[in-house]
Design a protein around this ligand. Structure first.
Ligand SMILES: O=c1ccn([C@@H]2O[C@H](COP(=O)(O)OP(=O)(O)O[C@H]3O[C@H](CO)[C@@H](O)[C@H](O)[C@H]3O)[C@@H](O)[C@H]2O)c(=O)[nH]1
Ligand SMILES: [Mn+2]
Length: 619
């Protein structure tokens, strides 16, 4: 249903309907998605006139009916219609296929018959269906409607699909064969448009004669609905999705963040002054389409360019279109565009232009972050690495900004050291920081307060709350210990050819219990995963060392020398409270699994034994 909302919210933009074309990319090739699209276009013929007549602010029906909208019999009627559609889509989703009773038209039957027995998500022909044609289809108030095209690219087990950038390149080509509109909005299916004026805002920049010839894209921030009050997993990503983009806007412009972004089609074909034409002229950014979108030649060409082997021996993904080679295709594509001399603009209106979903269980958050970090490393170590190529092409500031993202996981080194080393030393009574009476002591205090103070100020000045900041700094350590570390490990294994990785789509499905716990602000561990092991180990070692240190201090030994280590362990213990709770106090399904608890306890003991061997003699 999120897809239906997404599609309807952009179909209902305050913009001449006949100039809008919506393309849905269904990478999994699912009958259910197609069915949802068919239902969405039927509902659209009522929804679009309803929105324009009442000039509603929420154009996603889900958001509209959840808000306190004005009541009228018309509203009531359309709500019933919406609920009916929802039930139909949800039943089909549950059954996993479209049953006879849901097929009302011959056309639908013909389209759905393409799902033959051999049709699987990994192996199927291209399916491209024009579900609405603006020229022909009219809404109930007799206004024209947008074009609506369902696209599922061809898949086969033997060819490389390049994940999301592969899907986006198919969209670029299919849309070129149909309309070839010069401006493209790219939006993820887990995000809807929250403001019908958004295209006009973007067009102000894209059509501005001062910027036009250099402007590749207008990026809106990524904002999320459904994050719990204190954002326990720090999923808002205030820095990468809001604060940093503002800063980059003062240089050559924000990086591209994958969704909520209006592109100039021309930017996918070479630099601002040198055009790099695609292999067939029909796909070029200046080509004028003269066939109708449902005509045989158009559909034939569309199917051809959506084929698995179409890209063989072309420059798609290396010079043309969205770039391949990184799990964060957005970051890499934006980077390459900016290296070619394209500029971008950050547009951050008061009313969020787009609102999306974010993962709400810890393992999903960590997996998503791990994917991003691997993607960053892929860019950091590629031929076009920002450290050299980037700095050369974009100047030191932009180059370093991109470099900083690529080498994000370096944080795992200091974080891991600070999580274990001082504590293991404390356990062995070894002091590693300066004494309270020494001047160097204050350098440590200054650095700690300086770094945390700066971090805090930046966060709160941008509208964050104190609790959210606290959770943000906790998640920073958690990421450092788990996904940064595992990402670096996985990347290295891949470099030595030991493993491969894929784009694991961020999970959006959760059960009721789980979501209840999330909204109560309770951490979700549940599954047993190696990701949690270093976290639990850190939690155990810090707790034990804090108490052992306390005992030593109470016995009067070396208080001055152990003060900083005690403080560090105490600070970690406060941060790790949810972990202790999950290990011993909780009994719900989201508690730390027994296996993880045992494994981490054993490993913590082993680490302690090893450290004692190495450190004991020195104390
Ligand atoms: O093989 C694939 C994998 C993903 N997608 C689409 O990519 C989008 C983003 O996937 P999602 O699982 O929602 O990823 P997130 O971690 O939420 O995405 C963030 O990070 C991605 C880069 O890893 C960006 O592309 C996204 O825009 C950004 O929101 C979705 O619409 C998917 O349908 C594909 O089309 N084909
Ligand atoms: Mn997403």
């Amino acid at each position: 249903m999120r897809l239906v909302s997404t599609a309807l919210s952009v179909m209902a933009y305050d913009y001449p309907t006949e100039k809008i074309s919506v393309y849905v990319s269904d990478d999994g090739g699912s009958q259910v998605t197609l069915f949802a699209c068919m239902e969405a276009v039927k509902f659209a013929s009522h929804w679009l006139p309803f929105c324009s007549k009442n000039n509603t602010a929420d154009r996603s029906p889900e958001a509209y009916f959840a808000s306190n909208h004005s009541w009228s019999s018309e509203t009531e009627q359309i709500k019933i219609m919406y609920e009916n559609m929802k039930t139909r889509v949800e039943t089909v989703l549950e059954r996993g296929k479209v049953d006879e009773e849901y097929i009302t038209e011959e056309l639908e039957r013909r389209i759905l018959s393409k799902w033959t027995d051999g049709f699987t998500p990994q192996d199927h022909p291209a399916v491209i269906e024009v579900l609405l044609e603006g020229r022909k289809n009219r809404d109930i108030a007799d206004h024209s409607m947008p074009n609506f095209i369902y696209v599922s690219r061809e898949k086969s087990r033997t060819s490389n699909h390049n994940f999301k950038s592969g899907a986006l390149n198919v969209m670029l080509r299919v849309s070129a064969t149909m309309i070839n509109a010069p401006i493209i909005l790219n939006i993820d299916c887990d995000m809807y448009s929250n403001d019908p004026q958004t295209p006009l805002r973007a067009l102000c920049y894209l059509l501005d004669p001062k910027h036009k010839s250099q402007l590749a894209y207008v990026q809106f921030p990524q904002m999320f609905l459904g994050i719990n009050k204190d954002d326990i997993y720090s999923c808002e990503y205030k820095r990468p999705f809001q604060i940093n983009l503002m800063g980059l806007d003062g240089l050559s412009g924000p990086n591209y963040i994958g969704t909520g972004c209006f592109f100039n089609r021309r930017a996918f074909f070479g630099g601002p002054s040198t055009i790099s034409p695609p292999e067939i002229p029909q796909l070029g950014p200046h080509h004028v389409v003269d066939n109708l979108i449902q005509s045989r030649p158009t559909l034939d060409l569309a199917h051809k360019v959506a084929g698995c082997n179409y890209e063989n021996n072309t420059r798609w993904g290396s010079e043309v279109g969205f770039m391949y080679g990184s799990l964060i295709e957005d970051f890499y594509t934006g980077f390459r565009l900016q290296c070619k001399g394209w500029k971008s603009i950050f547009c951050n209106p008061k009313r969020p232009a787009f609102l999306g979903d974010s993962p709400i269980s810890l393992i999903d958050v960590l997996n998503q972050c791990q994917r991003w970090v691997i993607g960053g490393l892929q860019v950091g170590f590629c031929r076009f690495t920002p450290i050299t190529f980037g700095i050369k092409s974009m100047g030191p500031f932009m180059g370093l900004a991109y470099t900083h993202y690529c080498f994000w996981p370096i944080w795992c080194i200091p974080i891991t050291i600070y999580a274990f080393l001082p504590q293991l030393a404390l356990l062995n009574g070894l002091s590693i920081f300066p004494k309270f009476s020494e001047p160097w002591f204050f350098l440590y205090v200054f650095l700690f307060l300086g770094a945390y103070g700066h971090d805090f100020l930046e966060f709160v000045v941008e509208g964050g709350t104190v609790q959210r900041w606290w959770n943000d700094q906790r998640m920073w350590t958690i990421r450092g210990l788990s996904c940064f570390f595992f990402a670096a490990l996985e990347y290295s294994l891949k470099c030595f050819g030991i493993s491969t990785y894929g784009f694991s789509v961020t999970s959006k499905m959760i059960d009721d219990e789980q979501s209840k716990r999330y909204y109560q602000g309770v951490f979700e561990f549940g599954v047993s995963s190696p990701m949690f092991v270093p976290l639990a180990m850190g939690a155990i070692i810090n707790l034990v060392s804090f108490f052992v240190g306390l005992v030593r201090v109470l016995r009067g030994s070396n208080f001055e020398g152990l003060l900083l280590q005690m403080f560090l362990a105490g600070f970690a213990v406060v941060n790790a409270l949810p972990i202790y709770e999950a290990m011993v106090l909780r009994s719900d399904k989201g508690r730390m699994s027994f296996k993880t608890t045992i494994t981490s306890t054993c490993l913590a003991l082993a680490l302690y034994a090893l450290a004692s061997l190495l450190l004991r003699d020195r104390s």
